[in-house]
Design a protein around this ligand. Structure first.
Ligand code: FAD
Length: 381
């Protein structure tokens, strides 16, 4: 006879939102099980949006409802690092470059930076004064450039999750490396979760934080109003000497001109799990698709994206770093989920069942606060 473990709360999805929700709940005294695959893919074919080495972060944000969440999350980074012993945050600043007529596309208005920031951090088109700080990067002279200084920078998403999970476990939470396949209400209240690996868990309440996979498998009682978009990144490998020299360069958000690419974001070089040092550049492109079936998403993650995307992204990367020698170039498929209003969706879909998904391509930086919001709903606050 199989045994069933019972918890106050089960969190399904151990990504950025789920790991934050689980940590806040465990530290609030709830008995917690967090269920999710530790590695992407696997036999269940479930991937994630955070399986990458860097996510841009900044305290400024585009909407007054959104900004307090991001600010709260950014303010908590150092304490999560210190308490967990895992570093994930580098406040190197963020450099914005945009043609003036496209101002605001990146969520922070250049005009805002110019008017509210320090004047020495803004350069009008043609003024390459910023080159004195970052001589090896290049932007077209048609672009205005502005710096959003620290606390803007980048976080390492897998390390942030690891840090949240150290704290969850320290508070008594249990982590399970598995995929939830079904979620059913129990007679008498609460829910029962069955997993791909054949286990069963009972919980009084459930937080579903399964990102772009929220409507995959038989977990939600009805579809959540989200769509899913493919995205692509290019990794340009640099020498260790260049990696050291460029490591304190700011992140970049650039409204680039070439056809086929909408806008780009980039991190300075950092070390990847295979030991290589890479500059990471991501972009929205006209090749992006909106898959609706799990099988389509799985095909995307398993595909070789180099033939289509290298010709598109390589010139963009090289134009930004004209004198950097790239030792290798490769692309990597990624996925983002979107809500209709582009806000994270943190809501009780029925009593005891909370959904927490990012809803845009910028959920990483504020994930600790969005996870906390999901925890508050569970706790009835
Ligand atoms: C290329 C790219 C670049 C980005 N850049 C930035 C950036 O610079 N700054 C920023 O703030 N944000 C950025 N984002 C967005 C950010 O990564 C997402 O908003 C964030 O990862 C969303 O967190 P999440 O927890 O909702 O989803 P995820 O991080 O994807 O976590 C969901 C988890 O649920 C798991 N899961 C799915 N189904 C199940 C199931 N049935 N059972 C158990 N587990 C399940 C998945 O395996 C995954 O681990 C970027 C995203 C992409 C793709």
């Amino acid at each position: 006879m199989s045994t069933v473990d019972t918890f106050d709360v089960a969190v399904i999805g151990r990504g950025l939102f789920g790991s934050a929700a689980a940590r806040h709940l465990a530290e609030a005294g709830c008995s917690i099980v967090a269920i999710g695959p530790t590695a992407p893919g696997g036999d269940a074919g479930i991937y994630s949006s955070h399986d990458d080495e860097a996510r841009l972060t900044r305290r400024l944000d585009r909407d007054e409802r959104w900004a307090p969440f991001t600010a709260r999350a950014v303010d908590a980074y150092r304490s999560i690092e210190e308490r967990s012993g895992i570093g994930f945050y580098r406040p190197v600043g963020a450099l914005f470059a945009s043609r003036p007529e496209l101002d605001g596309k990146h969520g922070v208005s250049m005009a805002f930076l110019r008017d509210h920031g320090q004047p020495e951090n803004y350069w009008s088109p043609g003024d390459v004064g910023w080159k004195q700080w970052w001589p090896r990067i290049d932007f077209p002279t048609t672009h205005e450039v502005a710096l959003d200084p620290a606390p803007a920078g980048y976080i390492r998403p897998k390390r942030l999750i690891a840090a949240q999970e150290v704290l969850t476990q320290r508070a008594g939470g249990q982590l399970v490396d598995d995929v939830a396949t079904t979620l059913k209400p129990r007679t008498g209240g609460g829910y029962q979760i069955e997993t791909f690996g054949g286990s069963t868990y009972d919980a009084e309440q459930v937080v579903v934080a399964t990102g772009a996979f929220v409507n995959a498998l038989d977990v939600m009682p009805r579809p959540v109003n989200t769509t899913v978009k493919t995205e692509i990144i290019i990794l340009g490998e640099v020498s260790q000497a260049d990696a050291v020299e460029l490591s304190n360069y700011p992140t970049v958000l650039h409204q680039i001109d070439p056809d086929g690419i909408d806008d780009i974001y980039m991190t300075p070089p950092l070390q990847f799990p295979d030991g290589r040092y890479c500059i990471k550049l991501g972009a929205n492109s006209t090749f992006d698709t909106w898959p609706t079936e799990l099988a389509e998403i799985q095909r995307w993650f398993r595909s070789n994206t180099d033939p289509d995307y290298l010709p598109l992204l390589q010139p963009a990367l090289k134009s930004l770093w004209p004198d950097v020698e790239f030792l290798s170039l490769r692309t990597k498929p990624c996925i983002v989920s979107y809500t209709p209003d582009r806000f994270p969706l943190i809501e009780a879909v029925e009593s005891g069942l909370i959904v927490a998904v990012a809803g845009n391509g910028q959920g990483a930086k504020g994930s600790d606060a969005w996870g906390a919001a999901a925890a508050e709903l569970v706790l009835g606050r």
